[in-house]
Design a protein around this ligand. Structure first.
Ligand code: ADP
Length: 208
């Protein structure tokens, strides 16, 4: 079985930047890499992503939003992640179920426990072996984004502050909730190189 790593955190914390660097480094160590993004990485997932993030004309209530994320993730698990892990590959995913719990639950008002339960069904119980949360004040992270904001990003500063706190709260409870999985919070309001160094350290320790 391969290894499954997810990177999560608010938008603008540097997930894409660090995933690219982490993957280059892991390839150098001889890992066969599969990268994916949640929602996305399948035909269905990318179509759902477009609905969720770009269709500003649609009304999508929190439960519908939750199920759309779950459907995209379910497809990605079956189509991309499980086959890759079965071939012994290392999977690095930009976000996973934790983001759904935080955005629709902790910040969005749905019950986080319910989201974990629905998520368990959607993923068939598959969790990342290692989750890295990039953490920094949400307003500073938002300032890094010079592109137009998508539907989730447009929910305002108060929402994103709840998202940040939600990630930290879930990280604290993670080890009570799961066995044999690890979560690490890394301060993201530093240079790209400093963050990269910490991520390498965490992954090196994890790989043993
Ligand atoms: P995310 O995937 O979490 O939304 P990105 O990796 O796309 O974040 O980074 C968002 C923006 O911030 C990009 O323009 C990126 O170049 C920049 N950026 C990433 N990491 C840092 C950092 N440590 N310090 C300053 N700017 C950064």
């Amino acid at each position: 079985m391969g290894i499954f790593i997810s990177i999560d955190g608010c938008d603008g914390t540097g997930k894409s930047t660090q995933i690219e660097r982490l993957c280059d480094w892991l390839r150098g160590l001889g890992h066969e890499l599969v990268t994916c993004r949640d929602p996305g990485s399948t035909g269905l997932g990318e179509a759902v992503r477009e609905l969720l993030l770009m269709r500003h004309d649609l009304r999508i209530d929190r439960h519908s939003e939750m199920f759309l994320y779950m459907a995209a993730r379910s497809q990605m698990v079956e189509e991309v992640i499980r086959p890759a892990l079965a071939e012994g590959k290392t999977v690095v995913c930009d976000r996973f179920l934790l983001a759904n719990v935080v955005y629709q639950g902790r910040a969005g008002g749905l019950d986080p426990d319910m989201l974990w339960q629905v998520g368990h069904v959607a993923t068939g119980g598959l969790s990342p072996d290692l989750t890295i949360v990039l953490d920094m004040p949400a307003d500073a992270a938002a300032e890094r984004l010079d592109r137009g904001l998508d539907r989730m990003e447009q929910q305002g500063d108060a929402f994103h502050a709840l998202v940040r706190d939600g990630f930290l709260a879930e990280a604290r409870e993670f080890e009570n909730r799961f066995e044999n999985v690890q979560i690490e919070v890394i301060a993201a309001d530093r240079s790209i190189e400093e963050i990269e160094k910490d991520i390498r350290k965490v992954v090196t320790e994890f790989l043993g």
